[in-house]
Design a protein around this ligand. Structure first.
Ligand SMILES: [Mg+2]
Length: 211
């Protein structure tokens, strides 16, 4: 296994505690038309999927009219932006982790199933944007996670082979994407587990097995 040269972060649930924001924003939009998803379904089935995928699933399972998808997608985006402006703040532990990793020479990128505008806004509001080489959104690929494309593109962006990129992920779709791309993983439960110490320890363990 090659030595780790880069760190690729998922965004929601890893750098940004946005699961509830996406849930709230989508439900606010759905409620206008008498539809809803439960918090349980959102956590178990929908978390980490792009909005358009969630809408396709709702059309199959709850007969949500397909002609509403475009409007609901736009409205959900407006609501998400409102919530982000109100609640997205810098988190010292993440600023410390990313600044120290950057100082140590690791190249970093965010690879997320969210749309580009949301990622840019959240990275800006949390003051992490300057540490990143770039961002790969669901609009930059033909297949979102769990397909490997987002991580393959992010690896190319940081100029490293997938096997040289540590991926930090929190859910099944993202883990599947990273594994399919051939990237080693650090799996976290939530944003609180994303610390310099954990990332450095995982990199050291992976490097210890390098030839
Ligand atoms: Mg996630």
């Amino acid at each position: 296994m090659p030595r780790i040269r880069a760190v690729l972060f998922d965004m929601d649930g890893v750098l940004i505690d946005a699961r509830d924001w996406h849930y709230e924003a989508l439900n606010r939009a759905l409620k206008l038309f008498g539809f809803a998803i439960s918090r349980y379904d959102h956590l178990v089935t929908f978390d980490g999927l792009p909005t358009r995928k969630k809408l396709e699933m709702l059309s199959r399972e709850q007969n949500l009219p397909v002609r509403l998808h475009g409007f609901l997608n736009d409205l959900k985006q407006v609501y998400t932006t409102e919530i982000v402006h109100a609640r997205c703040k810098p988190r010292f532990q993440h600023e410390y982790a990313l600044s120290r990793l950057k100082a140590e020479g690791y190249r970093m990128a965010v690879a997320s199933n969210s749309v580009r505008a949301s990622i840019e806004l959240m990275m800006e509001k949390s003051q992490l944007r300057d540490y990143l080489e770039g961002i790969v959104s669901n609009q930059d690929v033909t297949q979102a996670k769990p397909a490997p494309e987002i991580y393959l593109k992010a690896a190319a962006m940081v100029g490293a082979a997938p096997a040289e990129c540590l991926v930090v992920e929190d859910n099944a779709n993202g883990i599947a994407a990273a594994q399919a791309a051939g990237c080693p993983l650090l799996v976290v439960q939530d944003v609180g587990e994303v610390t310099y110490d954990r990332i450095a320890a995982r990199i050291a363990a992976l490097n210890a097995t390098a030839p």
